[in-house]
Design a binder for this molecule. Sequence first.
Ligand code: ADP
Length: 454
Amino acid sequence: MKKVLIANRGEIALRIIRACMELNIPTVVVHSEADTDSLPVKLADESICIGPAPSVKSYLNMRAILSAATLSGADSIHPGYGFLAENPLFADMCEQHNFNFIGPSASAIAKMGDKSVAKSIVKESGVPVVPGSDGPVFSIQQAYEIADEIGYPVIIKAVAGGGGRGMRVVYEKEELEKNYATAQNEALSAFKDSSVYIEKYFINPKHIEIQIIADSYGNTIYLGERDCSAQRRHQKLLEECPSPVVNKELRKKMGDAAVNAAKGVGYENAGTIEFLLDKDGSFYFIEMNTRIQVEHPVTEMVTGIDLLKEQLKIAMGEKLEIKQSDIKLNGHSIECRINAEDPYRNFTPTPGPITWLHLPGGPGIRVDTHIYAGYSVPSFYDSLLAKVISFGHDRDEAIKRMERGLNEMIINGLPQGGVKTTIPLHLALLKHPVFKEGKVDTGFIGRTDILGQE
Ligand code: ADP
């Protein structure tokens, strides 16, 4: 690999730079005018401004990114997560222009990107999927038929959905028609595609996902699970590995299913198969993310495998050096997503200057962040400020270390405020008895006044 162009920003851009540095691969990062003073821009070997702050004009501008790649002499492109990471057209354009796209093929992205197509492919590989429509639902009559067949409650989802958006839960038949129309409108405005599909809505399941890596020689392995059940409005807040509810036997079953699902689309590079785990221990595929994920560090901590370096090595055509039997989960890791949002004001985004910053440290604490004292958080992008990742010999130690780390962390710290963060929510969750018992399900945060307990 001659040079990697990083088509992203924030902490993940930095994470890619770090992996490239360790492999002695030069980097060039593209950025918007709003990110001129960002840490990735300061730390990459080169940087190129590709447009104004709004992402459609910069981080989503494929032509500008490919021109920057040509100009800088890069031969490979890492898309990170979000933005163009799961855009099959972009992966295809990279291939067409002879750039090495660090990720799966455009065809694998396209198949898994349409969530209803993905479900049928995965079902054919013998993996259990959430019961529901085979493909998109085209009329309200069809919607009624499917909902009657699978039983209420049902969830209507955008086929192009992502990021916890474009979903509507319907508890009774009378609510179906209205929600079907709203879901289509929301899907159209959020994803420029009004297609929706329907599936059974599980009450308070757990979200368990399996990390896989696959090389171009047909070797696919799974690297344990992540429990991402701590969610607010279907968006993940805290993730951990291993899951407190997954035993060896279930891990193997889910791992084998994930490998089969990936093989079903000829998947290459790192990816994640997401499942819902029901109270009776049965699990069902919901979707595959065809990219590196925000929560990948907990897997790295527990398996000792650097997923970003693996992504780069696979893209360079190297064979996986690790076999399934080499994968051992050691200890426990938790990640808290620290967002620039005020949890006491309905999670309103709080962009602005960071005047004072103290990051936590000590044994078993890793912080992946692009913020620094003097940095100003722009209002144009997502609100992720930092990921605090703890590691311990067991879950109790990982929780204790996380509590210590978050209590040490200071962002601003002046009474007049500025950037508020989700740290108080995490601290309250970590000491909640339901979390301590490992019993958090995907609906727990929504139905519990966690901050109110104090
Ligand atoms: P996205 O691609 O937007 O992240 P997902 O399909 O991965 O959407 O679902 C995100 C979250 O929504 C899940 O982790 C879970 O909490 C909830 N969810 C999705 N499908 C269902 C379902 N069928 N039943 C219950 N909860 C669901």
